[in-house]
Design a protein around this ligand. Structure first.
Ligand code: R5P
Length: 313
């Protein structure tokens, strides 16, 4: 009998159907057919309608708000696919929720990033593709391969179009320094860092800026804009210290709490985010760049056993 390679099948959860459709279009395939619904008591009901036996299956699902529902939906979809004899199940998680609790930074707290990794693997997920994890080390929480992609490829392309001479790339906190440093290399820019202290989930305080930003254009880079506190305070501080224009490039537009208000009021020339999470906020100066091509190309390479890391050279 002739040996055939496993067909590639894409399925979308309900979190980001628009991005999933764009990825499917890049790959020239249709999204797999499934029925996603609820039982009368609210439990999630999944019925895979396409035949997946022996297929190389990719589930596209950001675990954004409502986080628990989207996470549970992903787990249940994986379980259904595994029981339907898919050959390999890859979770494509453009935004990986629960990733910020990635260590015990005080007593008696959980490590939800690890717990989530355990749950995904228990559901039968054999590979993960994700983008700008809160901390790269989260890859190690999995015992299956993780392809960790960077939106910097998309952002730097746009940053070059802005033609900003004497550019400084700034991190809003010490934790993001490595990410910002990566951008400086690609954009031939200088580095600056802001001293930030987190008071609570909603509140941050900024202190001083390390680096020369006076009369320079600054791009603030971050993985997440959640309540908008870090970015708005960092932008205000940079302007106060003499920066010319402040741009923001942040991968995941979580935009919760008073984020929209804070961002509207902040002295930011342009806020650039990606579509890892559907963006519905209306903010003038907000631009959404798509990561569909980047994810689509990564999936193509994984499916055809080609290098993914060369995407970033
Ligand atoms: C912090 O370590 C992250 O990189 C982000 O800066 C943070 O999660 C943003 O949160 P918020 O928008 O609520 O200040």
């Amino acid at each position: 009998m002739k040996k055939t390679s496993a067909p590639l099948l894409l399925f979308s959860g309900s979190s980001n159907k628009k991005l999933a459709a764009k990825i499917a279009s890049y790959l020239g395939v249709s999204l797999g057919d499934l029925d996603l619904g609820r039982f009368p008591d609210g439990e999630i009901r999944v019925k895979i309608r396409s035949d997946v036996r022996g297929a190389d299956v990719y589930i596209i699902q950001s675990t954004c708000t409502p986080v628990n529902d989207h996470l549970m939906e992903l787990l249940i979809m994986a379980d259904a696919l595994r029981r339907a004899s898919a050959k390999r199940i890859t979770a494509v998680i453009p935004y990986f929720g629960y990733s910020r609790q990635d260590r015990k930074d005080e007593g008696r707290v959980p490590i939800t990033a690890k717990l989530t990794a355990n749950m995904l693997q228990a559901a039968g997920i054999e590979r993960v593709v994700t983008l700008d994890l809160h901390a790269a080390q989260i890859q190690g929480f999995f015992d299956v391969p993780v392809d960790h992609l960077y939106a910097s490829r998309v952002f730097t392309k746009y940053a070059r179009q802005l033609e900003l001479p004497e550019l400084v790339v700034a991190s809003p906190d010490v934790g993001g320094m490595k990410m910002a440093w990566g951008y400086t290399k690609r954009l031939d820019a200088r580095l600056a860092v802001i001293e930030k202290r987190r008071i609570s989930g909603e509140e941050v305080e900024v202190g001083f800026v390390i680096g020369d930003i006076k009369d320079k254009d600054v791009i603030l880079v971050d993985d997440i804009i959640s309540t908008g506190g870090s970015i708005s305070k960092a932008a205000s501080l940079l302007k106060e210290k003499g920066a010319r224009k402040v741009y923001v490039m942040a991968t995941h537009a979580v935009f919760c709490g008073r984020a929209v208000e804070k961002l509207r009021d902040a002295p930011i020339a342009e806020i650039i985010v990606t579509d890892t999470i559907p963006v519905t906020a209306r903010i003038e100066r907000l631009r959404v760049l798509s990561v569909a091509e980047l994810l689509g190309e990564a999936l193509h390479r994984i499916h055809t056993n080609k290098s993914v890391s060369t995407l970033f050279r």
